[in-house]
Ligand binder design. Structure first.
Ligand code: PLP
Length: 414
């Protein structure tokens, strides 16, 4: 295997409270981190973005946007919301927050929604349908839109993986009554979700900004994520003193905390180490620093960088025995969130990659407890076998090459 001296010293600090107790820190950034290059270059992009819509609200995260969409549509107790069986818990928690009932529908092996199965699960209480554009690959929603129109069902496009893109003439997010997106999955920001609508005025959605401490935390965490992966080194040098002081204060505050075990009242996704739904943050707007970065950073660089990295990974791993890209072709107009790779021996390969510090994710690794186990065998299979590897715009050539070598070694040799 080649050596990658520039990665040798990368032992990223954890800038949030969600350290993984089982595996070493990730050696390359899982999500886009701020770099000087991201601030330059054209902000306009030839590919549409979800926030091109007429009605846009910038919120704390995508899952909060799901809750707000349901609230805006008047969905609540005793209503049923159709959701894909291939899901993560933070997609379902906002439904529980509205006291509505999630009803899980099947997806097909290419991740498209199974319309026949959706039809079979409709009841007089079905009020909304959430459909997900997995990993940035936009689904064809015409038939689903027609069904929703015929049955007066609210269609929510889940664009958490698809901030950019179009499917033929349809820009991302334009078919649903509402669409939600996760800015932090595409932009180098710490917080940020988006609620949009092409059909409804969202001015009445009640939102408030976080306080000064929250604004400072969002900015500092964005910078620290960048510094941890050796970006913006001059700024890091300049801020060394104040950041050292901040760390010392945080350590002191933690040491002063009582050590008595307190019951964990967080939602399930937060207890699983994620950044899931939080009822206390539903009405919080995206932080000022994240909002200005979403406006400022080069969108063309995001779209072009992700597409270029995806193509490179597809070429490198496409012919490897033991795995295959879930979507071998990258259609025109698609901006991938990640590179999803189907692995033949996931239980063997996953810990090998994690131990090597590869930032691999398995979407749907944890499923909503209330879902009947036999609901969708395809989803169960994908949640085990699809590994998401980063392909974001901030990865350097050597970081991608290192990751590809680790994947080849893990898949072939284990
Ligand atoms: C498909 C999907 N929808 C919604 C969400 C929630 O988005 P956020 O993490 O911004 O709250 C996620 C989170 O990963 C997701 O993967």
């Amino acid at each position: 295997m080649h050596s990658f001296p520039e990665l040798e010293h990368v032992a990223p600090i954890q800038v949030d409270d969600h350290e993984d107790p089982f595996f070493p820190p990730e050696r390359i950034p899982k999500h886009a981190v701020l770099s000087a290059a991201s601030l330059f270059g054209p902000s306009s992009c030839r590919i549409p973005a979800v926030d091109d819509a007429d009605h846009v609200r910038y919120v704390n995260r995508g899952c909060m946007a799901i809750g707000l969409a349901l609230e805006h549509a008047g969905i609540g107790a005793n209503d049923e919301v159709l959701v894909p069986a291939y899901h993560c818990i933070s997609m379902i928690e906002p439904i529980a927050w509205r006291s509505a009932r999630p009803v899980f529908y099947r997806i097909r092996p290419d991740t498209s929604a199974d319309l026949d199965d959706i039809r079979s699960r409709l009841t007089p209480r079905t009020r909304a349908l959430l459909v997900t554009h997995y990993f940035g690959f936009l689904q064809n929603l015409e038939a689903i839109r027609a069904l929703c129109d015929a049955r007066s069902i609210v269609l929510i496009e889940d664009c958490a993986h698809a901030y950019f893109g179009s499917n033929g003439a349809n820009p991302v997010g334009s078919i649903g009554d509402y669409a939600i997106a996760s800015a932090w999955k595409f932009f180098p920001v710490w917080d940020g979700g988006v609620l949009i609508s092409h059909r409804h005025d969202l001015a009445t959605v009640d939102l408030q900004p976080g306080n000064l401490a929250y604004q400072a935390k969002a900015l500092v965490n964005t910078l620290e994520q960048a510094f941890a992966y050796r970006r913006m080194r001059i700024l890091r040098l300049l801020l060394q003193g104040p950041l050292w002081l901040k760390d010392a204060m945080v350590r002191r505050r933690k040491a002063a905390r009582p050590t008595l075990a307190t019951p964990d009242t967080g939602t399930l996704s937060r207890r699983l180490g994620g950044w899931g739904f939080d009822a206390g943050l539903v009405r919080r707007t995206m932080s000022v620093s994240s909002r200005s970065l979403v406006r400022r950073v080069s969108r063309r660089r995001i779209a072009d960088g992700r597409r270029k990295n995806y193509e490179r990974m597809s070429t490198a791993l496409g012919q490897l025995d033991g795995c295959r890209p879930l979507f071998p072709a990258l259609p025109e107009g698609i901006v991938p969130q990640v590179f999803p790779l189907l692995i033949d021996a996931p239980e063997r390969v996953f810990p090998v990659l994690k131990k090597a510090g590869v930032p691999v994710i398995r979407f749907g690794e944890y499923l909503w407890e209330g879902m009947e186990p036999g609901t969708c065998p395809v989803s169960m299979d994908l949640s085990r076998r699809v590994f998401q590897l980063p392909c974001h715009q901030e990865l350097s050539d050597s970081e991608i090459e290192w990751m590809l070598e680790e994947v080849r070694a893990a898949v072939v040799r284990g």
